[in-house]
Write a protein that binds this ligand. Structure first.
Ligand SMILES: [Zn+2]
Length: 117
């Protein structure tokens, strides 16, 4: 793995963004120059490339290097954290559906009448 790699990703504006990967002996860092990424925030470009999503590639010739990065990342703590994060997102989604259902039940009850006996 080269210590520094830049992969260009497609963007909605047409101008590609640069995702920088920095590898050292025991760490990797990722930076993206998209509007969210410049503030160090998590963006779909970082997570997408780390997840091996080749549909983001601006230059399809970066496919090989993306696979190499993905292989390294797969064995890292990142995968563990992302797994927890994705589980959390599913739980939030399920809770939101439940909330919506209960809210509808409350609204319906107020319409049809609530038993006060
Ligand atoms: Zn980005």
């Amino acid at each position: 793995m080269k210590p520094e790699t830049i992969i260009k990703v497609i963007s909605s504006s047409g101008e590609p963004y640069d995702v920088h990967f920095e590898f050292s002996d025991n760490k990797f860092k990722v930076h993206c120059n998209c509007p969210a990424g410049i503030y160090g925030k998590l963006c779909k470009h970082k997570t997408g490339l780390l997840g091996g999503d080749s549909s983001l590639l601006f230059n399809k010739t970066d496919y090989e290097i993306l696979q190499q990065i993905h292989e390294v990342v797969k064995k890292s703590k990142y995968t563990e954290i992302m797994t927890s994060y994705n589980i959390l997102l599913k739980e939030i989604d399920a809770a939101q559906k439940k909330e919506k259902k209960i809210k509808e039940q409350i609204a319906q009850s107020l319409k049809t009448g609530i038993d006060i006996s």
